[in-house]
Write a protein that binds this ligand. Sequence first.
Ligand code: C2E
Ligand code: MG
Ligand code: MG
Ligand code: MG
Length: 295
Amino acid sequence: QSKKAGKNTLRFFNPDMQATIEARHQMERWLQQALAKNEFRILYQLQVTEERQEQFACGAELLLRWQHPVRGLVSPAEFIPLAEETGLIVPIGQWVLETACRQIKTWESDPLRQHLQLSVNVSARQFRHPEFVRHVLNALQVSGANPRNLKLELTESLVLENLAEAIAKMQAIKQVGVQFAMDDFGTGHSSLSNLKKLPLDQIKIDQSFVRDLPANHDDAVIVQTIISMARNLGMEIIAEGVETQAQCEFLAVHECRNFQGYLFSRPVDIDEFERLLLRFPVAEQAALTHLKSGV
Ligand code: C2E
Ligand code: MG
Ligand code: MG
Ligand code: MG
């Protein structure tokens, strides 16, 4: 190699890049096989609602894992971005949705569990798919699940990509009774005027604002602002990443009475989730409605 091809020269190929591309292709093949071999698992993380100092289970968020034969349980941060890029997130996401619907149906005849609401994360690629509305309605229809027990979590950036289209899709899905939550709220760039236009039922305060509560003054102010904004827009509010009693108390004092976080439970498999319900009785719908109306 000539001296001219020094460090200021762009090289289109170097061994590192080659390795990266190979690794990506390998990962993509693994993901494809994982789907075919049923290596994806779903964990359920309890959502709790507090009423008159008592805590009840109100639902769970479904969190995806990949049970890799060699690497063990792989977290979504490691494979969702690639699944998103390759489009594999569409069939994977559909599988999560179908699993949620089947679980809802399973609980239908149980007088208490029938009140649990399951929350499913929806990725940008999945939501943008022209057939997304049909995918959701299909999962509901095939399973026979009550749409009122299903909640879909979207993120700000996903919705802002095309606000009008997002609203239209949300409305089409809401028509049958499915609810929508805004995930990781506060980390994106949505303006108040945009937020107001969205047919959201719930706002999830991102865990980054919860982490340093109650000591961090800035976070305390942000959280109080989000809570009052949600209330003024008629949306329910839930805090993510609640790990300590002090965080929980701060939130409750400021009228956020729905929580999700390690303080209550880590994400667990369905059997363990059902055992958790022995410690956290299921909130009855009546109680929830009561809570929502702020009486
Ligand atoms: P997310 O939807 O914001 O989920 C909350 C994340 O916070 C989960 O991480 C959960 O395990 C974690 N978490 C819950 N409570 C606590 C706590 O008290 N402290 C701390 N430090 N963390 C807590 P996880 O399971 O690793 O998922 C990460 C992200 O991957 C999710 O963030 C979501 O964006 C994405 N994801 C997970 N499952 C799916 C899925 O089925 N589909 C799609 N599209 N994305 C998914
Ligand atoms: Mg989520
Ligand atoms: Mg979140
Ligand atoms: Mg998150």
